[in-house]
Design a protein around this ligand. Structure first.
Ligand code: HEC
Ligand code: HEC
Length: 187
């Protein structure tokens, strides 16, 4: 076995290793995200009604929430430990990974009915059809359970990672919040 054959083989191994680096960096993030599907769904439909949809959510919002779980500005006993092994740079890639997917289709349901009291002002930030705006996340089609829990956690001061939302949510009664959450979940 000639030395040249050996060094040719080595060169080929090095070359493929070098070529594989960029592809592997991208795959690395994707392969670390399989765990997310356990709750957020392998098809974008969460496996539990209290878990939000993240497929197709606004990229800047996803990054901000991942950042806030990482820094402790938003706390959740499940999500906070979930993001600690990622760098902020990785979390940017995680946000664009999920934002690039399509918001899951939903089963046809009863029509939404007329918009409840107090909901008009939400459009300024969350979009005319609540599909999300530059400053704020999509709300249309999130589950009732997640929406009401998010609205209550702003109102009762548990979620403080935004300056405006707590006041908006406190200005509503709980039955107004329930009506809004029902309406948004039916969109
Ligand atoms: C064991 C279940 C579980 C796993 C696994 C999980 N999540 Fe979550 N995730 C949740 C729950 C529950 C919430 C809602 C937390 C709350 O109510 O504040 C959430 C919230 C989020 C949010 C905020 C969404 C919003 O609308 O505010 C993002 C972003 C997110 N998760 C991303 C991820 C990513 C990325 C992974 C994988 C690295 C992941 N999650 C793994 C259960 C999970
Ligand atoms: C001035 C802009 C603004 C207005 C008006 C506004 N919001 Fe928000 N809302 C935001 C922003 C920004 C966030 C993201 C906060 C964060 O960084 O976590 C948010 C977050 C939320 C969330 C949490 C979503 C999630 O995935 O966790 C809900 C629910 C929500 N808003 C409901 C409402 C409702 C209902 C109204 C009207 C009564 C409303 N908002 C009015 C800016 C606004």
């Amino acid at each position: 076995m000639g030395k040249s054959l050996f060094s040719t083989a080595l060169a080929a191994i090095f070359a493929s290793a070098i070529l594989a680096v960029p592809a592997r960096a991208a795959d690395d993030i994707a392969s670390r995200l399989d765990i997310c599907s356990a709750c957020h769904g392998a098809d974008g439909k969460p496996t539990n009604i209290a878990t939000p949809i993240i497929w197709g959510q606004k990229e800047n919002y996803l990054y901000k929430e991942l950042h806030d779980f990482h820094s402790g500005e938003r706390f959740n006993p499940i999500m906070s430990p979930m993001v600690t092994s990622f760098s902020l740079d990785d979390l940017r890639k995680v946000a664009s990974f999920f934002a690039a997917k399509s918001w899951p289709d939903k089963q046809a349901e009863a029509p939404a009915g007329s918009p409840p009291e107090g909901i008009a002002m939400c459009k300024a930030c969350h979009g005319q059809n609540f599909e999300g705006g530059a400053p704020a996340p999509r709300l249309a089609g999130l589950s009732y359970d997640y929406l009401i829990s998010a609205m209550r956690s702003f109102a009762d001061g548990k979620r403080t990672n935004n300056l405006d939302m707590p006041g908006f949510m406190r200005a509503l009664t709980d039955s107004q919040r329930e009506a809004i959450a029902h309406y948004l979940s039916s969109l």
